[in-house]
Write a protein that binds this ligand. Structure first.
Ligand code: SIN
Length: 238
C-alpha cells in the first residue's frame, strides 16, 4: 500500500506501526538512540552500497519474522532509488502442480550470515547506514520455515525463500539444496510478478513481508536518499 505527501514525526510513524503489532529493533543495523524502533535507511552521495539491494524478505532468520515494514521517504533523489516488489502468491501459483507437490512439506533454514560482523566490516566503509560490527553471531538464531507458507486468514499460499538468508533445505546440505533453491529464488522475482514504486519526498510504502519480496535500487550515485523504516513484528510462518 502506498501513500503520497505524508508528514510523519518518528513518534507518529511508530504509532502507525503499533496499530498492527509490536515494533522490531533491527538486530544488526545501528539504531537511533532516542527511537531504536526507527531504522534509518540513508545513502549519501559517493557511498556505493544501499540497504536491501538484493531481493529479500526482512529478517527471515528470526523465528517470528516481521509481518511487514513501513518505509517513509524523507529526502529522495531527483531520479532513481525506486523500490521493487515481487508478489509471492503469484510466484507460487505459477509453478507446475508437480513442483507444488514437491515443495509441500519442504522447509528451508534461514540464517543471517549476510550481516555477520565480518561482512559488516567489509560493507561499512561504503555504506552510510552502518551495520554493527561488534555483534555476537551466536546472539542470532537460525530458523526453519516452510518453503511455501499458508496465510491462516485466507488459505493463500506464498513462496517463502530468499537469496540472502535461505541457504539450504532442512535436513539437507547446501550443496544438495542449491540447484532447487537457486531455481526457486530466480523464479520468485520474474518481472511479471513485480511492481516498481517511484518515491517522492513524503511517500510511504507499507509492505506485507509474508507475501512480498522487495529490493532497493542502487542507481543514484551522486544524490542522497534518506528514509525511515518501522518494522512490525509478526508470527511464526505456517
Ligand atoms: C529495505 O527495507 O530493504 C530497503 C528498501 C528501500 O530502501 O527501498
Amino acid at each position: 500500500i502506498f501513500f503520497r505527501d505524508q508528514t510523519l514525526t518518528e513518534e507518529q510513524h511508530m504509532a502507525f506501526g503499533q496499530r498492527f503489532g509490536t515494533l522490531n529493533v533491527h538486530p544488526r543495523y545501528v539504531s537511533l538512540a532516542d527511537n531504536p524502533e526507527v531504522f534509518q535507511i540513508r545513502k549519501d552521495p559517493g557511498s556505493s552500497k544501499v540497504v536491501g539491494g538484493i531481493w529479500h524478505q526482512d529478517l527471515t532468520h528470526l523465528p517470528e519474522p516481521p509481518l511487514g515494514s513501513i518505509l517513509y521517504a524523507l529526502e529522495t533523489p531527483p531520479v532513481g532509488g525506486d523500490t521493487l516488489f515481487a508478489n509471492q502468491y503469484m510466484a507460487y501459483e505459477s509453478l507446475s502442480d508437480g513442483m507444488k507437490q514437491m515443495l509441500a512439506g519442504l522447509r528451508a533454514v534461514h540464517d543471517n550470515r549476510i550481516q555477520s560482523p565480518k561482512i559488516a566490516q567489509a560493507k561499512n566503509a561504503d555504506m552510510t547506514t552502518k551495520l554493527r560490527d561488534d555483534a555476537d553471531e551466536a546472539e542470532e538464531p537460525e530458523s526453519v520455515h516452510p518453503v511455501v507458507l499458508t496465510r491462516p486468514e485466507t488459505g493463500l499460499k506464498a513462496l517463502y525463500v530468499n537469496s540472502g538468508r535461505s541457504h539450504r533445505f532442512a535436513d539437507m546440505t547446501e550443496e544438495e539444496s542449491r540447484p532447487l533453491l537457486d531455481y526457486l529464488i530466480e523464479h520468485s522475482h520474474k518481472p511479471e510478478f513485480t511492481c516498481r514504486f517511484r518515491w517522492r519526498d513524503g511517500s510511504v510504502a507499507f509492505w506485507d513481508n509474508r507475501c512480498l519480496l522487495h529490493r532497493a535500487l542502487n542507481d543514484y550515485p551522486n544524490h542522497k536518499r534518506y528514509m525511515n523504516r518501522v518494522t512490525v513484528n509478526g508470527a511464526r510462518p505456517v
